[in-house]
Design a protein around this ligand. Structure first.
Ligand SMILES: [Zn+2]
Length: 69
């Protein structure tokens, strides 16, 4: 994995998908949103990464619809 977004700001990072700023206390950290989290889950699901278990229905539900407005 290449990570060129490391700076000296431990509380700030960038979304791994769209590179938007994302705060460390974002519910979807290290992603900016449920959508980007879902994109990453999709990558896992398609075998881009080795994963020990698939996302649960609850996790997918949360990722797709979001836990917050
Ligand atoms: Zn994003």
């Amino acid at each position: 994995m290449q990570d060129t977004t490391h700076h000296n700001h431990p509380e700030k990072s960038h979304c791994r998908i769209c590179k938007e700023h994302v705060d460390h206390n974002n519910a979807f950290y290290p992603f900016c949103s449920a959508r980007c989290k879902q994109v990453d889950l999709g990558r896992w699901a398609t075998g881009a990464y080795v994963v020990s278990r698939p996302a649960t229905d609850d996790e997918v539900q949360e990722a797709v619809f979001g836990g917050k407005p």
